[in-house]
Design a binder for this molecule. Structure first.
Ligand code: FES
Ligand code: FES
Length: 181
């Protein structure tokens, strides 16, 4: 029997350390709070430093203004630098590595459109775009601008990012038409 503890993890009645369970890109993980993960550990640190998901970037040093650390938590774009790992107990996390494994068209579209220069912002933009296309498969230009408004590209590749996102929407539509999704 377990119950939520003060730090968001679960603690059983014997007083053993709380644990958090996350599903990351379809794989299930369990971490002991206070051992594997501290109550103050940011989700970004857990994913990048512990699980080796190096797509996660930190362009604004955790100020919450750049969006380069964006991941999806239960389908919602989330700043992993400002999110405590223990608060994600029981949740599903998606990163660019998961999209690469599933062959999501956003990756090819970003590449074909040269939608990056240094590439530091790219994973965050791709995850915001993924969330947008999940909830709106046929976004207008304005929808895309709004959907990606939480992300910043210091290299100024915005026009290509918008084109890539629209191209990925078309590719997904073609797949659905062909019964692929
Ligand atoms: S690193 Fe900039 S918002 Fe998270
Ligand atoms: S490609 Fe360099 S910050 Fe966006």
């Amino acid at each position: 029997m377990s119950s939520a503890n003060a730090h968001g993890g679960r603690q059983d009645s014997s007083g053993s350390p709380g644990v958090i369970r996350l599903t990351v890109n379809g794989k299930r993980y369990e971490f002991k709070v206070g051992v594997d993960v501290m109550p103050f550990t940011a989700l970004r640190e857990l994913l990048r430093d512990r699980l080796g998901l190096t797509s996660l970037k930190e362009m604004c040093e955790g100020e919450g203004v750049c969006g380069s650390c964006t991941v999806l938590v239960d389908g919602r774009p989330t700043l992993s630098c400002l999110t405590l790992a223990v608060d994600c107990d029981g949740k599903e996390i998606e990163t660019v590595e998961g999209l690469a494994e599933s062959g999501h068209p956003l990756l090819e579209a970003f590449s074909r459109n040269y939608a990056y220069q240094c590439g530091y912002c790219t994973p965050g933009f791709i995850m915001s775009a993924k969330a947008l296309l999940d909830r709106n498969p046929d976004p207008s230009y304005e929808d895309i601008v709004r959907g990606l408004s939480g992300n910043i590209c210091r290299c100024g590749t915005y026009a290509a990012i918008l084109s890539a996102t629209r191209e990925a929407a078309d590719a997904l539509k073609a797949r659905r038409g062909g019964g692929g999704l």
